[in-house]
Design a protein around this ligand. Structure first.
Ligand code: HEC
Ligand code: HEC
Ligand code: HEC
Ligand code: HEC
Ligand code: HEC
Length: 222
């Protein structure tokens, strides 16, 4: 079930107006926290939507050893991680389990040159700006936001996507980075000199802890 179902277009418009109205205002935050407390939108954490094919990350990532970027090919370079074209699946499934009814929708959509309609698990409202590549390039790992996807037979939402969730990490962002080469690694173990490593990364990746305020409204509401 997509979260958008609950977000009537009018809700987007109201939120946009609210943001325009209170950005910069000293009362903004108070008004905002009251709004969130009363927000009818449910965070739907731990919910897994029904999918056209029961695709298992557990099986393909931990089982077969496929790296995230094998399927989410844009995640390092664009705002969107993107969900894979069925071409990628057919690369293997024209051979493996090719006759299985479970996989029929994949092969059918490929033959018809159509995309499979996957239901979104993570979906921000339109008035929030988010960008994967910025996070990945600063050394924020998939697991920090999406949890142990490698252990999920079906992807379940692991974070609220509420504003507080974004802000909590932005305020402590030096504690949430690792070497870029490790962002896909779902089993990464921090080294003993973690503090020193992080200090180095903050400099190397220009994580501007003091230079600008990453909790400014205009960073996410543009
Ligand atoms: C073999 C291809 C494949 C690999 C490898 C893969 N994924 Fe996926 N991923 C998919 C498909 C297909 C979907 C859409 C179906 C679903 O949501 O389960 C998806 C969905 C997701 C979603 C939910 C998207 C949404 O709707 O909001 C997340 C998060 C995700 N993948 C993260 C990862 C991470 C992290 C890794 C590496 C640890 C990874 N994936 C590896 C194919 C893959
Ligand atoms: C690198 C090869 C490879 C790719 C790419 C791949 N698969 Fe698989 N898939 C497999 C193998 C191997 C199995 C396991 C067969 C077994 O254990 O009998 C499997 C199993 C499955 C199953 C059976 C259910 C289960 O036990 O997990 C489904 C459904 C499935 N894949 C869907 C997909 C979809 C959808 C994609 C594209 C997003 C995809 N696969 C991409 C190799 C692949
Ligand atoms: C800083 C938090 C964060 C990190 C790190 C992150 N994601 Fe996401 N991801 C999100 C959010 C938020 C969304 C919803 C975006 C939206 O609705 O516009 C999302 C959406 C997705 C989607 C759905 C399709 C899309 O592009 O919107 C996939 C797939 C996905 N992420 C995979 C990944 C993979 C793979 C990684 C690691 C390489 C990763 N994410 C790292 C927060 C994150
Ligand atoms: C787990 C940590 C984490 C979470 C959660 C997170 N971020 Fe970030 N975000 C970062 C880091 C680290 C940076 C880079 C900061 C820097 O360059 O100083 C960043 C940067 C950004 C930037 C770019 C700022 C700029 O102009 O360079 C935007 C936009 C952003 N985040 C939006 C979001 C949104 C929206 C959410 C929630 C949906 C979110 N982030 C959740 C860690 C996180
Ligand atoms: C790091 C990113 C980020 C920053 C910075 C940020 N917001 Fe948000 N904001 C979000 C996200 C994500 C949501 C969506 C929350 C949800 O869907 O529950 C949101 C939602 C809102 C909403 C709509 C609330 C509702 O009831 O759904 C308002 C109003 C708002 N923000 C105002 C502000 C103001 C004012 C500031 C500056 C003080 C600010 N935001 C800074 C990410 C951010």
């Amino acid at each position: 079930m997509s979260r958008q179902v609950f977000l009537h277009p009018i809700a987007n418009t109201i939120a946009k107006l609210l943001i325009l109205g209170i950005v910069g205002g000293a009362v903004g935050l108070t008004v905002f926290s009251m709004l969130v407390a009363r927000s009818p939108l449910m965070a739907q954490v731990d919910i897994a939507p029904v999918q056209p094919v029961p695709f298992s990350h557990e099986h393909h990532v931990d089982g077969l050893g496929l790296v995230c970027r094998y399927c989410h090919v844009y995640v390092e370079d664009s705002a969107f991680a993107g969900v894979p074209q069925t071409e990628i699946c057919v690369g293997c499934h024209s051979q493996v389990w090719a006759d299985s009814p479970t996989l029929a929708p994949v092969l059918d959509s490929y033959k018809a040159n159509e995309s499979l309609e996957w239901n979104r698990v993570y979906d921000l409202p339109d008035y929030v700006y988010f960008n994967h590549s910025i996070h990945i390039n600063k050394g924020v790992a998939c697991v920090s936001c999406h949890g142990q996807v490698n252990e999920m037979p079906i992807v379940r939402k692991q974070s609220t996507l509420h504003m507080d969730w974004c802000l909590d990490c932005h305020r402590n962002r030096e504690d949430n980075i690792r070497p870029r080469s490790e962002v896909f690694d779902m089993h990464w173990e921090a080294p003993e000199d973690l503090e020193a490593l992080r200090q180095r990364l903050v400099e190397d990746y220009h994580v501007d802890v003091e230079q600008f305020n990453i909790t400014d409204c205009s960073i996410c509401h543009r």
